[in-house]
Design a binder for this molecule. Structure first.
Ligand code: ZN
Ligand code: ZN
Length: 149
């Protein structure tokens, strides 16, 4: 009962504490951080992006230290496919399906491909083209012609 009441009032107001600075703000959608922290985070993102570009082969720990961003945040950007480390970088996420090393996103190329295929198959089975049947008597006519000769 009490729980429901609390939930209701929070939802009505939709005011949250910023995860970063604790300030109260009107929360609509997305991460629970206030506009100011969001802006700062965006600046951080640009900094991280630049650092990765300037230091090919760097790792998450290094970027985290140099740019003072949590490794968790960097991984979040990778999952969102906003960030991508270079090909030879030791940085890796794990495919959520097969655990293979990936550099960004949630799934490896192989799993992505398999998922696309299964989606396509689903689509195909749902929209099966009507088989263009040959006229029933086609075969019979042919046979008859054959017999005629
Ligand atoms: Zn804040
Ligand atoms: Zn995979």
């Amino acid at each position: 009962m009490t729980e429901n009441l609390v939930k209701g009032s929070v939802m009505d107001m939709d005011v949250r504490n910023c995860k970063k600075c604790g300030k109260l703000f009107n929360h609509a959608i997305g991460p629970v951080i206030c506009p100011l922290c969001k802006e700062q985070l965006e600046e951080k993102f640009q900094e991280v992006k630049k650092y990765i570009r300037d230091h090919p082969g760097c790792g998450i720990a290094e970027v985290s230290d140099e740019c003072e961003v949590s490794q968790q945040q960097i991984k979040q950007w990778l999952r969102d496919e906003r960030l991508q480390f270079s090909e030879d970088s030791p940085v890796g996420l794990n495919c959520e399906n097969c655990n293979a090393m990936i550099r960004s996103g949630r799934f490896c190329d192989k799993c992505k491909l398999e998922m696309t295929h299964s989606l396509q198959n689903m689509y195909k089975s749902e929209h099966k083209p009507v088989e263009h049947e040959k006229p029933k008597d086609y075969k019979d006519n042919a046979r008859m012609r054959y017999l005629d000769h």
